[in-house]
Ligand binder design. Structure first.
Ligand code: COA
Ligand code: ZN
Length: 338
C-alpha cells in the first residue's frame, strides 16, 4: 500500500494507459517524407506512389506524402508534384505535405494537398541550420504561408522541431516551446501543432509534462507527437504522451528517417511497431497491421539497405514458429526418462 502515495499526483487518465479500452489513436505516416528525404537512392516516382497507396489501404489516418522544398536541398523529393497528384485518395485519409515557404505552399496547393505542414524549430540554432532563418524570420514567413493556405481553404499544421531538446543548444525551455505554440494557435489560428523530437532527446516524464501543459491550454487544437527512436525511447514516449491525453502520432514505415541537419539523427518511431504494441494493449488504431507489415517489407528493395523495424525482422507476437524437425523424437526421449 505504501506506493499509493506515489500515485497521488497521477490522474485516472494516466493510470489507464495500459488498457486502451478501444480508445482511438490516430496514426500519421511520415515515411514517404521524413523517411525518404535522407535516402541516398532516389526512389522512383511510381514506387513512391505505390507506397502511399499501400499506406492508404492499410488505414493510416493521415499521410505526409512529400515535401515542397528546394529540390537542391532535398533531391530525394524533387518529384513532389507528381506524387501528390497521382496517388489514389482514400476517403477519410488526410494527405498532407511539408512546406517551408510561400513557394512551397503555392506548389502544394496546386498539387491538391489537404493540409500544409509548416515547419520551424523551437531552437534558434537548429532553425538557422535547417531553414537558414532566425525563428522570428520563420514566423513572419510562415504567417505569409498561413495567409495563402487560408485563402485556398487549406488546413494548416505547424511542426515545431526540437521541442524536446536541440542537438546544438541542449534543453529547450518548456515556456519557449509553449510560447511558439501560442503564436501559431492563437495569432495564426493553426488547426494543429506537432511537437517534434527531431533528434530523439525526449524522455517519458518530460513528454508527459509538455503534453499535459499543451492540452490544458489548447484542448480544441489537434496535437501530434513526432518522436524519433534515436535513443530507444520512442515507444515509451508514445505511451507517456497517451497517458497525458495525446491521441495522434507521426511514425514511419520500417522506422526509416532522420533530419539531414542533425548529426547522428535516426529514424522515426516505426509505424508497424507502434501499431503492433497499441493494438495488443487494446487501442484502436484503425490500421490493418498485416497490410502495413507487407508494405514495410518492400522498403529494403527500394532504398537499398535494411530497415530498423523489429516487427518486420521478428514478426508479430503470435506469428508462431514450427517446432524443430526432430520434435517428436525429442518428446519421446524426454518422456522415456520418466
Ligand atoms: N520549392 C522549390 N524551390 C525552392 C523552394 C521551394 N519551396 N524554396 C526555395 N527554392 C529554390 C529557390 O528557387 C532557389 O533556387 P535557385 O537557386 O535555382 O534560384 C533555391 O531554392 C534557394 O532559394 P532561397 O529562397 O535562397 O532559399 P534558401 O537557400 O535560403 O533555402 C529553404 C531555404 C528552406 C527553402 C531550403 O533550404 C529548403 O528547402 N530546405 C529543406 C529543409 C528541409 O526539408 N529540412 C528537412 C525537414 S525539417
Ligand atoms: Zn522528424
Amino acid at each position: 500500500m505504501s506506493n499509493l502515495s506515489n500515485l497521488s499526483n497521477v490522474s485516472n487518465e494516466s493510470m489507464n494507459v495500459w488498457n486502451g479500452a478501444g480508445r482511438r489513436i490516430f496514426m500519421q505516416e511520415v515515411g514517404t517524407r521524413d523517411g525518404l528525404q535522407v535516402e541516398a537512392a532516389f526512389v522512383p516516382t511510381e514506387d513512391k506512389i505505390a507506397l502511399v497507396n499501400a499506406l492508404s489501404r492499410a488505414g493510416m489516418a493521415k499521410i505526409e506524402v512529400t515535401a515542397f522544398v528546394s529540390p537542391q536541398a532535398i533531391p530525394a523529393l524533387r518529384d513532389a508534384e507528381q506524387v501528390l497528384r497521382e496517388i489514389e485518395r482514400a476517403p477519410g485519409v488526410v494527405y498532407s505535405a511539408l512546406v517551408p515557404n510561400v513557394r512551397g505552399a503555392e506548389r502544394a496547393i496546386d498539387a491538391r494537398a489537404d493540409e500544409l505542414n509548416l515547419v520551424m524549430s523551437a531552437s534558434e540554432s537548429h532553425n538557422l541550420a535547417n531553414l537558414r532563418m532566425t525563428r522570428e524570420q520563420s514566423f513572419r514567413a510562415l504567417s505569409a504561408v498561413n495567409a495563402i493556405a487560408r485563402g485556398a481553404q487549406g488546413a494548416v499544421n505547424v511542426s515545431l522541431s526540437c521541442s524536446f531538446g536541440c542537438p546544438m543548444e541542449g534543453d529547450v525551455a518548456e515556456d519557449v516551446v509553449l510560447g511558439w505554440c501560442a503564436r501559431y494557435v492563437e495569432e495564426l489560428g493553426a488547426r494543429g501543432v506537432t511537437l517534434c523530437d527531431t533528434t530523439g532527446m525526449a524522455f517519458p516524464s518530460q513528454v508527459e509534462r509538455l503534453v499535459r501543459a499543451f492540452r490544458a491550454r489548447w484542448p480544441g487544437t489537434e496535437l501530434t507527437l513526432h518522436f524519433h527512436n534515436t535513443r530507444g525511447m520512442g515507444l515509451a514516449n508514445v505511451l507517456a504522451a497517451i497517458a497525458a491525453g495525446a491521441d495522434r502520432f507521426d511514425a514511419s514505415l520500417g522506422g526509416i528517417g532522420g533530419c539531414p541537419y542533425a548529426p547522428g539523427a535516426t529514424g522515426n518511431v516505426c509505424s508497424e511497431e507502434i501499431v503492433h504494441a497499441l493494438e495488443l494493449m487494446g487501442y484502436d488504431t484503425g490500421v490493418d497491421l498485416a497490410r502495413l507489415i507487407e508494405a514495410a517489407a518492400r522498403l529494403p528493395a527500394l532504398i537499398n539497405h535494411g530497415i530498423p523495424s523489429q516487427i518486420v525482422a521478428a514478426g508479430r507476437r503470435l506469428d508462431l514458429h514450427k517446432p524443430p524437425a526432430d520434435f517428436d523424437a525429442i518428446r519421446e526421449r524426454a518422456l522415456a526418462k520418466g
